[in-house]
Design a binder for this molecule. Structure first.
Ligand code: ADP
Length: 351
């Protein structure tokens, strides 16, 4: 208990010691020197000495400690209250040591959390930079290879010339797709991406996307259609272009990771205030351990298949950013070998 005595405990003990000494002194004077102090006077003087000593001790200890810790406390307060008015510094004389201790402990706790968060961000930044350079490196090296082969004489062979130019062009397309996707994500993350809300029929928008992906679907012989019960005329209030991008990414994935001859179904479910949208496929599916990381930037379950299909690994991350910026949620359920369903909600238009 007294390993780390508080200033009050030290003051009580010191005052008690002085009071006992005075008490003994008064007794000695009374018994051996013939002073006629009565017991009431002795008790009063002892109590008074105790009270006065306690106040003096407490005051001196606190002043001494304050001087010692003022600088530390001031520094902490300056970090804690970064406003122009600084209540921490203003109140330092009024605060008790216990309050100061409490504040220091709180400050340490918050700083520890902040440092952990910064460390996480630093790790995230390093990982992200590594991912970006890795993603950019491959198409750049490919283009470099094709150009060098052309320079080294390939340009004279009509067949090689055309083939390599087409390949180089595909790699440049891939590069610009990665940059475009990264730009969009960074706009969302920096908060610079503004949403242009409008009222529109979600059914018609899905039809538009299905139509634009017709060729891709036909290549894999995948049928894209609405689930029975999905009606037109449900008006939502959202950024139409961004939601179009969400459908494009989800339906494209359902085709890319679908099986030949498979099906993609889009379900629209009217809920009270919201509408639930589900994009389901009967494709390869995703194992459970990947589901929680699926919406991270550059996360891919099967890297080979993704790249072969021209994927940047950013499509689902963009979907999540768009839906969350609408203050809605996106989720996924999947069974390997059976297929996947990506669902999200949107606010229905109230007028
Ligand atoms: P990518 O450009 O690689 O398709 P995404 O962010 O769109 O990137 O998707 C991330 C990963 O999630 C994909 O690489 C793929 O492994 C997996 N994935 C996405 N959609 C599906 C789906 N419908 N079926 C199976 N796997 C999917």
């Amino acid at each position: 208990m007294f390993k780390y005595p508080s200033p009050k405990q030290v003051a009580v003990l010191s005052a008690l010691l002085i009071a006992v000494l005075i008490f003994l002194l008064l007794i000695v004077f009374r018994e051996f020197r013939g002073y006629s102090y009565d017991w009431l006077l002795i008790a009063t003087i002892t109590v008074l000495v105790f009270i006065v000593s306690y106040i003096v001790f407490l005051f001196s200890i606190q002043r001494f400690l304050y001087r010692k810790i003022k600088l530390i406390y001031k520094t902490i307060s300056e970090h804690k209250f970064s406003t122009t008015e600084n209540p921490g510094i203003k109140n330092i004389e009024k605060n008790t040591i216990e309050e100061v201790e409490q504040e220091v402990l709180e400050w340490t706790g918050s700083k520890t959390k902040e440092i952990e968060r910064l460390k996480e961000l630093e790790l995230y930044r390093k990982e992200f930079l590594g991912n970006v350079s890795h993603e950019l490196k491959t198409p750049i090296f490919n283009v470099q290879g094709y150009i060098e082969t052309l320079i080294d004489g390939g340009v004279d062979d009509e067949k090689i010339k055309m083939l390599y130019l087409q390949r180089a062009s595909r790699n440049v397309e891939r590069l610009s797709k990665i940059i475009e996707d990264l730009e969009m994500i960074s706009m969302f993350e920096s908060g610079a991406q503004q949403l242009a809300y409008e009222k529109f029929d979600i059914y018609s928008l899905v039809l538009e996307v299905i139509d634009s992906l017709k060729l891709l679907a036909e290549k894999s012989n995948i049928q894209t259609q609405f689930k029975t019960g999905s009606k037109s005329g449900i008006m939502v209030y959202a950024d139409k272009e961004k939601i179009k991008q969400v459908f494009t990414n989800l339906i494209t994935n359902s085709i890319k990771y679908g099986n030949r001859g498979g099906q993609t179904q889009i379900g629209l479910y009217d809920m009270e205030k919201n509408i639930l949208v589900e994009v389901s496929d009967n494709g390869i599916g995703i194992e459970k351990q990947h589901l929680s990381r699926l919406f991270e930037r550059f996360y891919r379950v099967d890297k080979g298949r993704s790249k072969e299909q021209g994927g940047t690994g950013l499509g689902l991350s963009i979907v999540k950013h768009i839906i969350e910026s609408h203050r809605q949620t996106v989720n996924v359920r999947s069974t390997p070998g059976e297929g996947s369903t990506f669902g999200f909600t949107l606010r229905k238009s109230s007028v």
